[in-house]
Design a protein around this ligand. Structure first.
Ligand SMILES: [Zn+2]
Length: 304
């Protein structure tokens, strides 16, 4: 009597040695290698590096989803994959489709619900009369940068916090502690930094990648590339803030003041403008590097 495992083994061998499956894996691997090569050879182009790393990250997610769905089909539909003429083609096409649809569904859920947890946890309040200039400033900057207008809300906490919340209820949050700590120019550049995160959809990406990093806990790439994407996005938000406000030195000064108050509370680590960055696993770049880049940009903008 044939073993029930036999069709599964035959399906696995037929599937993973078929030219179609191997071509999909080869296209994935070649695209990832190309993105990685261009990333490593473009040291200072922050925008390009963010796009490349994001592309690499998305490909990794697609690859694992494709692998998982393929295995599922090889086990659940073993006879079809092993013995039917179009079995492998059907399984591979379904695996690609399922991988794309699950990534899209997850992206939609992130967009729809990303803000809820943070807003619920921090319960920010609307601006008071004397704080309305924050909203006016963000409105003008958003208009210039082509970003949808977003409300600025205040979190009643003493720690210096500033963060962008994305998705359907996008907003910029700033803490009372931050408003007391920074002068006007520093506050403007901080708000600009957060607006740039919204412009580049960093807030949504942060939630998306956090969810996937937990699902792909076994993937060695996501351990390195997930924090790397976040570090590059911080550099880019710093640079774009410096360029759009023409005051990168004010942002450098803000970062130094914030860092002087110590790391943000653990609960909010990873969300606010400043966090400790000391290794390849940190989601924040080193403070020294951020400040040096901003001061360099300041010199560049003031060069005769
Ligand atoms: Zn940031």
């Amino acid at each position: 009597m044939p073993s029930p495992l036999e069709p599964i083994l035959e399906a696995l061998v037929a599937y993973w040695t078929s030219p179609l499956t191997l071509s999909i894996v080869a296209v994935c691997a070649t695209s990832m290698a190309t993105l990685l090569y261009v990333f490593l050879t473009n040291a200072r182009n922050a925008k390009l590096r963010v796009s490349l790393l994001t592309g690499f990250y998305v490909l990794t997610v697609f690859f694992w989803l494709f692998l998982a769905t393929s295995l599922f089909f090889c086990i659940a539909q073993a006879r079809m994959v092993a013995y039917q003429t179009a079995g492998i083609r059907t399984a591979a096409a379904s695996a690609v489709l399922v991988a794309l649809v699950s990534a899209s569904v997850l992206s939609y859920l992130v967009w729809r619900f990303a803000a809820h947890r943070v807003l619920h946890r921090l319960t920010p309040r609307p601006l008071r009369q004397e704080e309305l200039w924050l909203q006016d400033y963000v409105r003008l900057l958003a208009q210039f940068e082509g970003v949808h207008p977003v409300p600025v809300l205040v979190v009643e906490r003493d720690e210096p916090l500033a963060m962008a919340v994305g998705g359907k209820r996008a907003a910029i949050l700033i803490s009372g502690g931050m408003l007391r700590l920074l002068d006007r120019e520093e506050t403007e550049t901080t708000l600009a930094h957060e607006l740039m995160h919204l412009k580049h959809h960093d807030a949504e990406f942060k939630v998306f990648s956090t969810v996937f990093s937990r699902i792909l806990f076994f993937d060695p790439f996501s351990k390195f590339f997930d924090p790397a994407v976040h570090r590059e996005r911080e550099y880019l938000a710093d640079e774009m803030s410096g360029r759009s406000t023409s005051k990168p030195a004010a942002l450098a000064s803000a970062l130094l003041k914030i860092a002087d108050r110590g790391p943000p509370p653990r609960l909010l680590g990873g969300l606010s403008i400043y966090g400790v960055g000391h290794s390849v696993f940190s989601r924040y770049p080193p403070l020294k590097e951020r400040v040096e880049r901003l001061l360099l940009l300041s010199d560049l903008l003031r060069a005769p």
